[in-house]
Write a protein that binds this ligand. Structure first.
Ligand code: IMP
Ligand code: MG
Length: 181
């Protein structure tokens, strides 16, 4: 285990087993539909690659990235899109993939924005979902794992852009997380 971690939450075999299940569920649900996957960078990169290779359906893939100010200090939790144009999802079934559902601000903003592009449907799939009161009401249709409200890294998730490449998901040692203010 990486020395800056307190403990491992999900190791690679556990993640693989869960991804098999999730991919099976998604493949079944979208069997007769025109699926467009919208992956939110950078956090969902590894999850996306591993999940999509398990889905045996014709699909389109698009990515988008956002910058969010998490509002811990004083801001309102604004979400800014880096792309000028939105993915083309007109008449398609959009499935948004993200690493983690925390306050809900990011996914709420992305969902609202995608709705303006007139898809047939929108669903949300996250690798992790924190059990907590959210700032925005977002429902994830597919969840890899529910976790407690702790800061986790690995498998795409970062702390200050580090740890994304860890092949497992772990809890970062609390003393490493410096709270603003
Ligand atoms: P939100 O608070 O739901 O908008 O979460 C936005 C983003 O914060 C996620 O996509 C992650 O990039 C990041 N984030 C939230 N919680 C964690 C965590 O425990 N570890 C790493 N990144 C996190
Ligand atoms: Mg991040």
């Amino acid at each position: 285990m990486q020395g800056n971690l307190e403990r491992v939450l999900f190791d690679e075999p556990a993640i693989n087993r869960r991804l098999d299940e999730l991919a099976g569920q998604i493949s079944n649900d979208y069997r007769h539909r025109e699926l467009t996957v919208i992956a939110v960078l950078n956090g969902s990169l590894i999850f996306m690659a591993e999940l999509l290779r398990r889905i045996q359906l014709p699909l389109k893939l698009d990515c988008l990235s956002v910058v969010s100010y998490d509002g811990k200090a004083q801001t309102s939790g604004e979400v800014i899109f880096k792309q000028v144009t939105l993915p083309d999802v007109v008449d398609r079934h959009a499935l948004i993939l993200d690493d983690i559902l925390d306050s809900g601000r990011t996914l709420a903003a992305i969902r609202e924005k995608l709705e303006t592009a007139k898809p047939r449907s929108i669903r949300v799939c996250v690798l992790l979902s924190k059990k907590k009161q959210r700032a925005r009401d977002v429902v994830a249709d597919y969840v890899g794992f529910e976790i407690e409200d702790e800061f986790v890294v690995g498998y795409g998730l970062d702390f200050m852009e580090r740890y994304r490449n860890l092949p497992y998901i772990g809890v970062l040692r609390k003393e490493l997380i410096v709270q603003p203010g």
